[in-house]
Design a protein around this ligand. Structure first.
Ligand code: SAM
Length: 225
């Protein structure tokens, strides 16, 4: 069974998709989707030989050789035109790395009907990349697992026009104010307020760092309704 995080990612994969999972490591996601007959075909791309061996082990164990191809390659280089991929997942990495992978595959990835991205950090960097490169954000989600909050962004070719606050917090999250998302930002607010108290105690309330944290704290309070 998939982790809560990967199950959330999987929930956005269209039925019968031809899926590329970039940075697949154990290939749990495409293997699970194939075993549940949710997708037609999968590529599990990996840049590193160690994780690629994990992919191959999983493919073999699940008898998925004809439907799940393990491929060594940097980002989108693991995908070939004949694969006829329509959906791409990039999950479990930092947002900056995800944006770098998207940027270096940009010409090809225009053909894909859906991108499902799960940045562990720097979610706003991924939102900004989507906005700057002709993608509409069609959904967002968040899950809490093993003491971490994980966000998922779902994008399709189109346009995004995010305000600054939407870029930071997510347009759908701001509207929905769901409890997991609220908890995530309450936790972050608490963390920042502790820092502000410490800076005050150290007589650094005039510093640039203090001002930056104070701004963040105000933004979070505005975002939470
Ligand atoms: N996607 C899986 C998940 O969400 O559970 C595995 C995440 S694992 C933490 C990240 C994987 O991405 C590693 O196995 C790493 O080798 C791979 N990776 C990092 N940069 C990559 C790139 N440019 N192209 C393909 N894979 C990459």
């Amino acid at each position: 069974n998939l982790s809560k995080r990967l199950a959330l990612v999987a929930s956005f994969v269209p039925d019968n998709a031809r899926l590329a999972d970039i940075g697949s490591d154990h290939a749990y996601l495409p293997a699970n989707l194939l075993l549940n007959q949710r997708i037609a075909f999968g590529i599990a791309g990996e840049v590193a030989p160690g994780p690629l061996a994990n992919v191959e082990h999983e493919v073999h164990k699940a008898h998925l050789e004809s439907k799940l191809i393990a491929r060594l390659g940097d980002g989108f280089a693991a995908i070939q035109p004949d694969d006829a991929i329509d959906t791409v997942v990039i999950a479990g990495m930092g947002g900056r790395l995800i944006a770098d992978i998207l940027a270096s595959g940009h010409e090809q990835e225009q053909n894909y009907q859906r991108l499902i991205l799960q940045p562990n950090t720097d979610v706003l960097v991924v939102r900004a990349w989507l906005q700057a490169n002709g993608y509409a954000l069609i959904d967002e989600a968040i899950v809490y697992e093993d003491h971490h909050y994980y966000e998922v962004l779902v994008a399709e070719p189109g346009e995004s026009h995010f305000s600054d606050i939407e870029l930071h917090f997510g347009p759908y999250h701001l509207k929905r104010q769901n409890s997991v998302w609220q908890q995530h930002w309450h936790d972050e607010l608490e963390r920042i307020q502790h820092i502000l108290v410490r800076l005050q105690a150290a007589k650094k309330a005039e510093s640039a760092a203090y001002q930056a944290y104070a701004t963040q704290s105000r933004q979070i309070q505005e975002a939470l309704q």
